[in-house]
Design a protein around this ligand. Structure first.
Ligand code: MN3
Length: 213
């Protein structure tokens, strides 16, 4: 189900709440999707109710136009639209363990860019660990180069020249129930459920339009 315009609804996860066990636990997935993401969706809808001239924009458009709005509207829109986009992207970036397709072209590019997929993994983990407080680590394609970037809070590294390929939510609510304060263990477990097929499609551009739900 695609839902990319006001009024936003919380589309179901593409797998069951317990599908990522034992790496990401059912309760975390339920709370993260049905409570945390729902709150961002509610906040975004409320914001757009109060600002009807913005209702015509898609989620991605909202993430690019916020800078042009009056100051007092920028932060609430950036937080709520970013919270919806980043979470959907995160949930779509995972798949039940053992079910992922391969990503031959992406892995080849990783080997060129980072030396090897293993080096990519180490650098990505380091970046995800380096986020102070709440935020995300991302793998992006920026003008033909794979890059690892981080973002704070619900900011999105969403600019025209970039293709977003993967993200990991490192807010504590993403892992605290199972991994407590051990973010490194959560990152290792996240790597066990990465949807490499989705990442490959994003990298090659095959589902770009589908992403814009
Ligand atoms: Mn979250």
């Amino acid at each position: 189900m695609r839902n990319n315009h006001y009024p936003f609804i919380n589309t179901p996860l593409p797998y069951s709440y317990d599908a990522l066990e034992p790496f990401i636990d059912e309760e975390t997935m339920y709370l993260h999707h049905d409570r945390h993401l729902q709150t961002y969706i509610d906040n975004l809808n409320r914001f757009l109710e109060e600002n009807p001239s913005l209702q015509k924009f898609s989620l991605e458009e909202l993430l690019t136009i916020w800078r042009r709005l009056p100051c007092h509207l920028q932060t609430p829109l950036r937080n709520s639209a970013g919270g919806v986009y980043n979470h959907r992207f995160y949930f779509d970036s995972m798949t039940p363990p053992g079910s992922s397709c391969s990503a031959p072209r992406l892995f080849k590019a990783m080997s060129c860019q980072f030396g090897s997929p293993e080096n990519f993994r180490a650098q990505f983990k380091e970046a995800a660990l380096s986020v102070f407080g709440s935020g995300y680590a991302w793998l992006v394609l920026d003008r033909g180069c794979l890059k690892i970037v981080t973002s704070a809070n619900q900011n999105t590294p969403f600019i025209r020249s970039r293709t977003l390929i993967l993200n990991i939510d490192v807010w504590e609510h993403a892992y605290y129930l199972k991994h407590y304060n051990l973010r490194a263990d959560y990152i290792d477990d996240w790597f066990r459920v990465v949807n490499w097929g989705m990442a490959e499609n994003r990298y090659t551009g095959e589902t770009l339009s589908e992403e814009f739900r």
